[in-house]
Write a protein that binds this ligand. Structure first.
Ligand code: S3P
Length: 177
């Protein structure tokens, strides 16, 4: 079998809640004419429940298992943008699966930027009751090593528009083709 080129792989977007994965992936879909999938939306569709309700009813571990199932189900997909929930790369198994099919792009932002973007959101159970820079910064630090280890490319989103992030991302991916 011919070796898969980088170009044929998916683009998986990873990073902390509120870095802009959904907005960037929607814009990339238009710019690159690629299909786009969100792991959160796939879990919600499979369970017929919102993320907050899944956490409340069955707990985080159950959600993580469903998230893993979704990542596994994408094994044979190519040429798609996969917008990953913020905790996807905490499981090594998910990183290994994504690496086989995707170039992994880590989006980053400072805790202050994240807070601005998520402070009115009710949809992130891990931040309920913890909507402050200190908590966000601590959780981000705990996760940093795993995010960075999984990433093929890191793009900061602070003080950038979605278009600017996409342009930079596309340019830098082209350099690695
Ligand atoms: C989570 C991030 C969320 C969602 C869930 C858990 C996390 O997705 O999967 O609330 O552990 O970081 P977003 O990153 O799209 O907010």
């Amino acid at each position: 079998m011919e070796k898969e080129t980088e170009k044929e792989k998916n683009i998986a977007l990873i990073g902390f809640m509120g870095v802009g994965k959904s907005a960037v992936s929607r814009r990339l879909k238009a710019l690159l004419s690629m299909e786009e999938l969100e792991t959160d939306a796939m879990v919600v569709a499979a369970e017929g429940m919102e993320i907050g309700d899944i956490f409340a009813k069955y707990g985080e571990e159950y959600f993580r298992r469903r998230e893993r199932d979704v990542i596994q189900s994408l094994e044979n997909r190519r040429g798609v943008i996969i917008s990953c929930g913020g905790g996807v790369v905490m499981r090594e198994e998910n990183v290994e699966n994504l690496k086989k099919s995707s170039r992994i792009v880590l989006l980053t932002a400072e805790p202050e930027t994240i807070l601005e973007r998520v402070k009115h959101s009710q949809e992130r159970p891990l931040l309920n009751g913890h909507m402050n820079v200190e908590y966000i910064g601590e959780l981000m630090e705990k996760r940093r090593e795993k995010y960075e280890a999984a990433a093929d490319l890191i793009v900061s989103t602070d003080k950038k528009t979605v278009n600017q992030v996409c342009e930079e991302l596309i340019q830098r991916l082209r350099e690695t083709d």
